[in-house]
Design a protein around this ligand. Structure first.
Ligand code: NAD
Ligand code: MG
Length: 298
């Protein structure tokens, strides 16, 4: 592998500044048709055995950030269950293949996480197929930009909260009986938790909630030896952005206002999720690790 995450390089230049053309995909978008394509680590993530033998469940694992985390976990030695929507089968199969090429097991379980029964079934099946569970990554998310509150439908508000908050609650609750001391839970929050965009009222509200859920639950589960943390990405180029996650006119400048001057590529998030999943972060609990190109956070 030539250029991997350990190659000494200038972070402003590790990836080019992108100027994505205006494009639209129905929700949920696919990585397969995203322009430009992203780096989810297929050619660039080098594992060093940091998660040997671990069993992980990752939601939203077919594409974007979840896909990059799934690939990294497999290269670090973990077996992975991928949760995603049925429409995303092609993306999920791609990630499965990369996991299997790393010599690890990939289990694909499509289903809608807005349904509590599906969330419970997902955990049950992941535990059965992997023979247990040590790492849970609650990463699935819904983000739809709407200019005016009057145009934010009750249905969208409900679906955003169900996908981003309720599913995290349902899945975590179902997973807990299976998590032995040493297990870890990692939730994907966002820079939106502190810097909400005026067009993302419902979404940003859930991300602040995820931060709070993480910090409270981390204290509750600490005596049981289960660590809970969050990762807060800044602007990462993923299918979420082109399925109405951003206003169309914002796409060409996506990520350029960060101090680094460019959008992040999904694989640049993977090491944060690996660190928080691995015992090397044994004293890190209730933390939100910001990976956002330099935007100040509280
Ligand atoms: P993505 O579209 O690749 O991933 C989101 C995934 O969520 C989808 O692949 C889909 O499988 C899953 N999902 C959505 N609704 C679902 C449902 N009802 N049931 C089951 N699965 C569902 O985009 P991404 O950017 O990689 O997003 C991953 C996470 O990162 C999300 O929580 C998002 O809020 C968060 N995030 C992204 C950015 C960014 O700039 N891309 C920034 C901050 C936070
Ligand atoms: Mg997807």
């Amino acid at each position: 592998m030539g250029n991997d995450q350990y190659t000494f390089q200038d972070p402003t230049k590790r990836y080019p500044q992108i100027s994505p053309p205006k494009q639209d995909q129905p929700e949920p978008g696919l990585d397969k048709t995203l322009e430009p394509q992203t780096d989810r680590g297929e050619q660039s993530y080098r594992g060093t055995g940091r998660l040997e033998g671990r069993r992980a469940l990752i939601t939203g694992a077919d594409s974007g950030i979840g896909a990059a985390v799934a690939i990294a976990y497999a290269r670090e030695g973990a077996d992975v269950t991928l949760s995603y929507l049925p429409e995303e089968e092609e993306d999920a199969q791609h990630v499965s293949r990369v996991i299997e090429e790393a010599g690890r097991k990939a289990v694909r379980i499509p289903g809608d996480l807005k349904d509590s029964a599906m969330c419970r079934e997902l955990v049950q099946r992941a535990v059965e197929e992997l023979g247990g569970l040590d790492i849970l990554v609650n990463n699935a998310g819904k983000q739809l930009a709407v200019d005016k509150l009057e145009d934010l439908s009750d249905e969208q508000f409900d679906h955003t909260l169900k996908t981003n908050l309720y599913a995290m609650f349902w899945i975590t609750k179902a997973a807990l009986p299976h998590l032995a001391p040493g297990s870890t839970i990692i939730n994907t929050t966002s820079v939106q938790a502190y810097n909400p965009s005026p067009t993302l009222i419902d979404y940003a509200t859930t991300k602040a909630g995820i931060n709070n859920f993480t910090k409270g639950l981390a204290q509750q589960l600490a005596p049981r030896g289960i660590r809970v943390n969050a990762v807060a990405p800044g602007p990462f180029w993923t299918p979420l952005q082109v399925s109405d996650g951003q206003p169309k006119e914002a796409l060409p400048e996506f990520g350029q206002s960060t101090p680094l001057g460019r959008a992040g590529q999904p694989t640049e998030l993977a090491p944060a999720y690996v660190f928080l999943a691995s015992p090397e972060s044994s004293y890190v609990l209730g933390e939100t690790l910001n990976v956002n190109g330099g935007t100040p956070t509280p």
